[in-house]
Design a binder for this molecule. Structure first.
Ligand code: F6P
Length: 550
């Protein structure tokens, strides 16, 4: 990994030059010039078909982007990732989320420990637990089967399992319902437990560090709720399990050793849903479907390692986003799944992308001289069309969009899926094709408007088009496809980090907020404590809070 900034490379300079040329050619024209454009600029793997033809690219662009990836040693860096090298430089750790879904038994050593054996042991522990809960063999303090799982966790210990559990709602065995408590705000805890009973509820305390304030506070509240609502003190072990890399802290909290599922330092939180952090998911869809999810991710891993860059879905999506961010100035990226069950995916991808690539110094600590991670947001279509798609079509910001849509619905009703699918394609086309002023005028003329009205209204109806978007098409959102989809984004994020030479696996930026939060929390808890160390805004607001508490 060189210390030279990527912007000093001839590949980067060539792309800068090329962008000047490409920017002059409307996407419409690119389609008019080549009736086979869609076939040329699409690729597929692991059940996902990527149509990236509505991007400002030609064959020459792809070659220049491929050269950029090659200049960043993408293939070598990918091998290092999969081989367990310490790719997380600042924490001197590997990032082996790929090992979690590798079905081979071949040993892989981290710090002289064969993690393959640990992973398979953890999967068996999960399977035994899931089957005992689902079968009713595991009973609560008064002999009832557990039917409600409450996952207490935040960030990567919440968003991935939540998003995928929602995505696979059609696969829930319905023996068990899962709920998620993440926020320290008492309203979430209250809302979740108000309809639950302790005797058929089990809490998973999910925390890699077992040191996250929100999670520990909510775990304490859960234990109090359990005891105050009839739970037997000596039966807590039947209603509390933990997932953590810090076994001793979990035991100190009162979780029995047999009820602790492992997590490891060589898995990042936002990459951990494939580990026992995915327990709430496995408890709802069953362990066989969880295995299918792992298989799908593994299939994408294999594609990512083997496919040449121009056919490589993660590399292509990364390079296209680099093209938009660093050469067209895009600041954000929208994830728009046309699938109600995938409505939680944007929230997971926000953490995956923004906590990984929201970085400003390189792996070696040098200030970055170009943009890095985009602002990730999104929501389910078709809802967004009635909320924010206006900005996609006529705003001053260009927001690249990933549309994600299945050919088949799990819940077909009449022609609803036809309409959903048509809406997805229409939004993608309108972003690309737009509507010119002459077209708007002709339309108004044809509908009988006067020339005066046309003169006034037509400019309001112009849609510039020329706005990039990808379509990710799947047959159906099965566990295997969802596994491949999430792994696709994990590797896309990694590819971008390689090109930008940043560390996607640490998150030092969140530490200061936690520390200051503790300091202010102390000041709120102790009305006599001095607040002079804070700015006047913080001091004034602390004072208001203290007065309100009186
Ligand atoms: O503070 C950020 C973070 O560390 C995330 O990276 C992580 O997913 C989340 O907090 C929860 O951490 P833990 O699983 O250790 O409670």
């Amino acid at each position: 990994m060189g210390t030279q900034s990527i912007i000093d490379t001839k590949q980067w300079r060539s792309l800068k030059q090329h962008q000047q040329e490409i920017a002059q050619i409307p996407l419409r024209a690119l389609f008019e010039q080549d009736p086979h454009r869609q076939e040329k600029f699409s690729a597929q793997a692991a059940g996902i078909y990527l149509d990236y033809s509505k991007n400002p690219i030609t064959d020459a662009t792809l070659t220049l982007l491929e050269d950029l990836a090659t200049s960043a040693d993408l293939k070598q860096r990918t091998n290092a990732l999969f081989n367990g090298e310490a790719v997380n430089l600042s924490e001197n750790r590997p990032a082996l989320h790929t090992a979690l879904r590798c079905r081979k038994k071949a040993p892989l050593y981290v710090n002289n420990v064969n993690i393959t054996a640990e992973i398979h042991g953890a999967l068996q522990q999960m399977r035994d637990f899931v089957e005992s809960i689902q079968s009713g063999q595991w009973q609560g303090y008064n002999g009832k089967a557990i039917r409600h799982i409450v996952n207490i966790g935040i960030g990567g210990s919440y968003l991935g399992p939540m998003a995928v559990a929602e995505a696979l709602r059609p696969y829930w065995t319905n023996d068990v319902q899962c709920h998620f408590i993440a926020n320290i705000d008492g309203s979430e805890f209250t809302e979740i437990v108000k309809n639950l009973q302790p005797d058929n509820t089990l809490f998973i305390i999910a925390s890699k560090s077992f040191g996250t304030q929100e999670t520990l506070k909510n775990a304490e509240a859960a234990k109090a709720w359990y005891l105050q609502n009839g739970g037997a003190e000596d039966q807590v072990h039947k209603h509390f399990v933990a997932v953590s890399s810090n076994q001793s802290k979990a035991q100190q909290f009162g979780i029995s050793e047999a009820n602790i599922f492992p997590m490891w330092d060589w898995v990042g939180g936002r990459y951990s849903l494939w580990s026992p952090i995915g327990l709430p998911l496995a408890l709802t869809i069953g362990m066989d479907n969880f295995d299918r999810l792992l298989d799908g991710a593994h299939e994408m891993d294999t594609h990512f390692i083997e496919a040449p860059i121009k056919q490589n879905l993660p590399a292509l999506m990364a390079l296209l986003q680099v093209w938009q961010i660093n050469f067209f100035g895009a600041q954000s990226q929208a994830i728009i799944p046309y699938d109600h069950c995938l409505r939680g995916l944007p929230a997971h991808l926000q953490q995956l992308e923004m906590e990984s690539n929201g970085k400003r110094v390189s792996q070696t600590g040098a200030p970055i001289q170009h943009d890095t991670g985009a602002i990730i947001w999104g929501g389910a279509g078709s809802n967004g069309q009635h909320a924010y798609h206006q900005l996609f079509h006529q705003g001053t910001h260009t927001v690249p969009v990933d549309f994600i849509v299945p050919l088949q619905s799990h819940n077909p009703i009449n022609d609803h899926h036809d309409i959903l699918f048509a809406n997805c394609l229409s939004q993608s086309r309108v972003m690309m094709h737009g509507k010119t002023l002459p077209e708007a005028e002709a339309e108004l003329r044809a509908s009988g408007h006067t020339e005066q009205q046309i003169k006034q209204l037509a400019p309001q109806k112009v849609i510039p088009g020329n706005r990039p978007n990808n379509i990710l098409l799947t047959e159906k959102m099965t566990p295997q496809v969802i596994g491949a989809l999430v792994a696709l984004y994990e590797h896309k994020v990694f590819c971008q980090s390689v090109i930008w030479n940043i560390n996607p696996f640490d998150q030092w930026g969140v530490e200061l907020g936690k520390q200051i939060g503790d300091d202010i929390g102390d000041a709120l808890a102790n009305p006599q404590a001095s607040t002079k160390q804070f700015d006047s805004s913080t001091q004034g607001l602390i004072k208001k809070y203290r007065n309100a508490k009186k």
